[in-house]
Design a protein around this ligand. Structure first.
Ligand SMILES: Cc1cc2nc3c(=O)[nH]c(=O)nc-3n(C[C@H](O)[C@H](O)[C@H](O)COP(=O)(O)O)c2cc1C
Length: 172
């Protein structure tokens, strides 16, 4: 099996990370893979904001937890968080950013890293207190959060989920 297919079939969402930091070289590579995702009309609407500082990650986790009214909210101990945004006016922004997130998950896996898409900032990012925090840390005005990627060295294998029946239909 070729490497791309192998990566696709063996990637898992990882929700437990070791204490080992992720090297800048690996983060750069993962983000680069994100920037190489396809995009509608090649508009490259995705923007990537990378957080590596442990205190900053915990602070963001707390803000999102409050925004979601979930005191036990967690980023699973990720060693880096990558926030993917587009502009609210970008017609294909969510699709472009989603392609970027998938590219990054596969790239991370191919480098031996674990990752997990984290969604909640998408839901609470426009709440005034959360939005104010995102302004403060430097996310641009007019943004739409597509999703976040938790990144680290996997402390567990992840679960293989069998595919559901009836996902695929060949038409005449
Ligand atoms: C759009 C989207 C949003 C997701 N949001 C979350 C999330 O907020 N938290 C989480 O733990 N996993 C999240 N996931 C991961 C899914 O739960 C995971 O992909 C699914 O259970 C299948 O497992 P696998 O990725 O190991 O194949 C998300 C995945 C996608 C594609």
């Amino acid at each position: 099996m070729n490497e791309v297919l192998n990566s696709i079939y063996t990637r898992r969402s990882i929700r437990k990370f070791t204490d080992e930091a992720v090297s800048k070289e690996f983060i750069d590579e993962v983000v680069k893979a994100g920037t190489h995702a396809p995009s509608g009309k090649n508009m490259q609407t995705f923007r990537f904001f990378i957080m590596q500082n442990a205190d900053s990650i915990l602070a963001l986790q707390e803000v999102v937890g409050k925004g979601m009214e979930n005191p036990s909210y967690t980023f699973y101990g990720a060693k880096a968080m990558i926030i993917v945004t587009c502009n609210k006016e970008d017609v294909n922004g969510v699709e472009d950013g989603s392609c970027a997130l998938e590219n990054m998950m596969l790239a991370a896996h191919s480098l031996g890293l674990g990752s997990c898409w984290i969604n909640q900032l998408k839901y609470c990012g426009d709440k005034p207190e959360v939005a104010a925090y995102l302004d403060q840390i430097g996310l641009p005005e007019g943004r739409r959060v597509v999703g976040m990627l938790a990144l680290g060295h996997a402390a567990e294998e992840g679960t293989a989920h069998p595919r559901k029946e009836g996902l695929v239909t060949y038409l005449d």
